[in-house]
Design a protein around this ligand. Structure first.
Ligand SMILES: *Cc1c(COP(=O)(O)O)cnc(C)c1O
Length: 394
């Protein structure tokens, strides 16, 4: 169904993969704003429902615009199947519903997206799935945490907001030796910078809301993998439960994919400059960025990622009060918890993205009161630096 073995290079596939021009000869991908599709006759309707004939049925699970996005993203990640979802969280939920059942155990990291942790602990635990949390960078802890009931390992790398890395190849090897699945949320890097399936992961998850869109417009998500895990198991959740992507949003994400590689490279360059500058500021205690040579996993980042990405976090002297003052003193940066936008955004994780965690959970994950996260965009780096008024903090 998909064309991952396409002979074209990444940037070409990001622009052209998945679109089969209709009889109208359109240059840009069409938006099929239709909830259902019409059959030639009753027999064709029956065949489409039985899957003995391929074709469109109903936009909860078959929409041509959404399919272009799915094929394009599958191609970029190197998977043979992709299911687009209404949000990144819907992608994670659909993956869990498709692959897990009561009694199963998931091993994941302490450093995962705030809502992902809550989905695991507050919702999926109620359905009998068990979760344990280990340090993302502690390979032995992952190995030792595996039990007989463990079905999958779940991680994000780099993690939010402290940019720790998980060693995808090493964890994939562990997963394979125990015959369990490795699921990687590739939100921070996107396939332009990191391809987990190439490193041995079984499934890649995206919040398309972030860099895939890249301009802060729509909420969406995706699951990428092989035909059996994604094309059948995750797809069957989409079909019956309906956390589907709208065709309009799929079209916006298609436009985002066209410039993905350009943006990720330019954003990484800006972020690198910002991180270096922050290390030289007296009011800054610590900077977290995989592109800095003193990042504990700098070498792994260079092997695993093509560039360090756009998320830079740092601790300021003076606790929450100083962090909030610095945020409030910005004039250009957007104070928002979203990330992955061409507009630079700034947030205080302890009181926003991670505020629903307990204090102990935050401490274990290193999310301190003086921590600020910046998602670096594409404005001029001089303007970004000028808006972060560290010199005014005493
Ligand atoms: C934002 C985010 C999600 C959730 O995505 P939504 O589109 O907001 O549902 C999941 N994982 C990571 C790493 C994220 O940053």
């Amino acid at each position: 169904m998909h064309n991952p073995g396409d002979r074209h290079s990444f940037s070409t596939r990001a622009i052209r993969a998945g679109h089969r021009r209709t009889n109208e000869g359109e240059q840009s991908e069409p938006i099929f704003a239709t909830s259902s599709f019409v059959f030639e006759n009753a027999a064709q309707a029956a065949a489409r429902f039985a899957y003995t004939e391929e074709g469109n049925v109903y936009s909860r699970f078959t929409n041509p615009t959404v399919r272009i996005f799915e094929e394009r993203l599958a191609s970029l990640e190197g998977g043979s199947s992709c299911v687009a979802t209404a949000s990144g969280m819907a992608a994670i939920l659909s993956t869990c519903l498709g692959l897990l059942g009561a009694g199963d155990h998931v091993l994941t990291s302490q450093s995962i997206f705030g809502a992902t942790r809550l989905l695991f602990t507050n919702i999926l635990r109620r359905f009998g799935v068990e979760f344990d949390f280990v340090r993302l960078d502690d390979i032995d802890a992952w190995r030792e945490g595996i039990r007989k009931q463990t079905k999958l390992l779940f991680l994000e790398t780099p993690a939010n907001p402290l940019t720790e890395l998980g060693d995808i190849a090493a964890l994939a090897e562990i997963a394979r030796s125990y015959d369990i699945l490795l699921v990687v949320d590739n939100c921070f890097c996107t396939p332009a910078l990191q391809r987990p399936l190439d490193l041995g992961a079984h499934i890649v998850i995206h919040s398309a809301t972030k860099y895939l869109d890249g301009q802060g417009r729509c909420v969406g998500g995706a699951v990428i993998g092989d035909e059996e895990l994604v094309g059948e198991k995750v797809f069957s959740v989409l079909r019956s439960a309906g956390p589907s992507m709208s065709p309009f949003n799929a079209w916006v994400f298609l436009k985002g994919l066209e410039t993905l590689e350009l943006r990720m490279n330019a954003i990484s360059e800006n972020a690198n400059k910002l991180a270096l500058w922050l290390t030289q500021q007296p009011a800054v205690k610590r900077v977290f960025y995989p592109g800095l040579e003193d990042h504990p996993q700098y070498d792994l980042a260079r092997i695993q990622q093509r560039a360090p990405g756009g998320i830079v976090s740092f601790e300021v002297k003076g606790g929450r009060d100083a962090a909030w003052r610095l945020i409030d003193a910005t004039e250009m940066l957007s104070i928002t918890a979203n990330l992955g936008d061409v507009k630079t955004t700034i947030t205080h994780p302890a009181s926003t993205t991670h505020s629903r965690w307990t204090t102990e959970q935050r401490e274990a994950a290193g999310i301190t009161e003086d921590l600020i996260r910046i998602s670096v965009g594409l404005e001029d780096i001089d303007d970004i630096r000028a808006d972060i008024r560290l010199a005014d903090l005493d």
